[in-house]
Design a protein around this ligand. Structure first.
Ligand SMILES: [Zn+2]
Length: 450
């Protein structure tokens, strides 16, 4: 009759079900699936070994007993199905199942984190997993710790013992998701890697209390951006512990609120770069403001904050330069001089312009009596409208292209990027550069104060 209700339970469809022209609702769909995966046919099709099939069926029944919703059972069981199928090829007997194995198997599947607690509990209940058992991981960690030099060893041992204590407490209290041995090992691995890095790169550091913030920063820069933030947090935990235990007197890492890492921005393809260059060229006269903003990002790698803070006095029309206090002077091309001149004509018509010091102005009524820089969004909107790309991706493209054509040294001389930064990263990321410049600036100002 109509397709607004489920054919089986007559439940009203939600929007996405209506759009998909569904005949059964998600609930009936999941319910049928959960029934089907327990049937002999399905189990025979999907498992070669009977004990694996039984284990899978047992897991589904375990979830049903816990009165977990069918939608969740469907999602969880599809992941556990894959884990157990991996199991079939890796593991010969049920007794070969270990905590490390399960954690590693789950890590191979996307979005499988939510499955871990129920799967662990199920395996523990079945007597297949013992969270106290040492499947070689603990011995492995102890062996590694043996190798750590004297000045660093004690703290790592304390850390290890504390984590193991925490884990024990969690297991005893039936925590939903106790700390896994693999996590403890991963943390210690990275700490040991740091110690090794000190030995190779900063021989003067012989113990935790001689570590300086710069050393930690140097080390963090050797990691990938995404990994870096995780390691920074782990190190903070370690140093706080050291401080509590009076192994160090100051924490050589800033306790800044950890921020979300911006998604990695890839530089534009060559074709897109050509398109942006052409767009700028075609709009010199028609859209001088949009073009000059784009040009400053794309050809000079200026950040939005650089651009918005340019004052008219920083602009030298005779020498065709823009002066910056924090980075080398920008030399303008002939096209850019055209855009600036065209923009100057429009700018002259903005109300109260004689009392404004910034080069780029908003013509919005609320800004008439203010003398303040435009905001980043102003720039982002214009650049995006003109080119379809964000200022940030244009800026990264600029650095990337220059580094690949002329070598990173030019970034140092021409853009004020630090040498370590420029040489380490073929793929330069905007915020990294800002971070590095900021650090250097603090460093310099600390020096000149003292
Ligand atoms: Zn239904």
């Amino acid at each position: 009759m109509n397709n607004l209700n489920c054919r089986s339970c007559e439940r009203k469809f939600n929007k996405s079900e209506v759009n998909k022209k569904a005949t059964f609702c998600h609930y009936c769909f999941s319910k049928a699936r959960v029934e089907r995966i327990q049937a002999e046919v399905f189990l025979k099709e999907n498992f070669k070994k009977k004990w694996c099939a039984d284990l899978f069926k047992g897991y589904v029944q375990y979830l049903e007993q816990l009165q977990i919703g069918v939608d969740t059972i469907r999602k969880h069981s599809s992941k556990v199905l894959k884990v157990l199928q991996m199991d079939e090829s890796d593991v010969l007997r049920p007794s070969d199942i270990t905590e490390t194995w399960v954690v590693t198997a789950l890590e191979k599947l996307p979005n499988s984190k939510g499955v871990k607690p129920s799967l662990f509990r199920f395996l523990v209940r079945k007597g297949l997993l013992n969270l106290d058992q040492d499947d070689g991981v603990i011995t492995g960690i102890s062996k590694q710790l043996e190798q750590v030099p004297k000045g660093f060893k004690r703290l790592l041992e304390i850390y290890f013992n504390e984590r193991m204590e925490l884990r024990k407490r969690q297991v005893n209290f039936n925590a939903r998701n106790p700390l896994s041995l693999v996590t403890v090992k991963t943390d210690l691995d990275i700490f040991i890697r740091l110690v090794k890095w000190f030995q190779n790169n900063s021989k003067h550091i012989e113990s935790w209390d001689t570590v300086q913030q710069e050393d930690i920063h140097e080390f963090l820069l050797t990691l990938t951006p995404k990994h870096r933030e995780i390691v920074r947090k782990d190190l903070l935990v370690l140093f706080k512990l050291a401080n509590r235990k009076r192994i160090i007197t100051h924490i050589p890492i800033l306790d800044v609120k950890s921020r979300e890492l911006p998604p990695t921005i890839e530089p534009l393809s060559f074709e897109d770069q050509v398109r942006v260059a052409k767009t700028i060229k075609h709009n010199l006269y028609e859209k001088p403001l949009d073009s000059i903003l784009t040009s400053l990002c794309f050809y000079h790698g200026l950040s939005s904050s650089h651009i918005r803070n340019i004052k008219t006095v920083d602009l030298n029309l005779e020498q065709k330069t823009i002066f910056f206090s924090e980075r080398p002077t920008v030399y303008l091309s002939d096209d850019e001089m055209i855009m600036i001149n065209e923009y100057a004509k429009a700018r002259a018509n903005i109300r109260n312009v004689e009392n404004k010091s910034y080069l780029i102005l908003s013509s919005s009524a609320s800004e008439v009596y203010q003398d303040r820089p435009i905001n980043n969004r102003f720039i982002a909107t214009k650049v995006k409208e003109l080119t379809g790309f964000t200022p940030k991706s244009l800026r990264i493209t600029c650095f990337n292209t220059i580094a690949s054509h002329f070598g990173p040294q030019l970034l140092v001389e021409g853009f004020g990027v630090s040498l370590t930064q420029a040489s380490r990263y073929g793929k330069l990321e905007d915020y990294l550069i800002d971070e590095q410049i900021q650090t250097q600036r603090e460093y310099v100002s600390n020096y000149s104060d003292g």
